[in-house]
Design a protein around this ligand. Sequence first.
Ligand SMILES: *[C@@H]1O[C@H](CO)[C@@H](O)[C@H](O)[C@H]1NC(C)=O
Length: 103
Amino acid sequence: MFKEIAVIAMLLAVVYAAPAADEAPTPYEFQFQEQNANHTLARQESGDASGVVKGSYTLIDKDGRQRTVVYEADPVNGFRAQIQSNEPGLINSAPAAATYSVQ
Ligand SMILES: *[C@@H]1O[C@H](CO)[C@@H](O)[C@H](O)[C@H]1NC(C)=O
């Protein structure tokens, strides 16, 4: 599970690496689904010419745990995600709500 999360985190880090100042965002779209004996992973994402990125991924383990992350990112509002999961121990919350101040 952690390995898969780490891989996904690395993918997101690559996807959201800031483009160089002279590079305009290029529209793109991709999706894939991978299924093996232990899990199903589905992912899709698209980005438009103004830098708005929308996507989601779903991970379903063979024991029934599943998580879906729906995210959106743009140059003005940054990265926002909604996570739906049935993983044990979770409660409804919004832990990422935070204010950042540059000093
Ligand atoms: C599925 O999980 C088992 C047990 O951890 C592991 O041995 C096997 O390699 C896994 N299969 C795949 C396709 O990842």
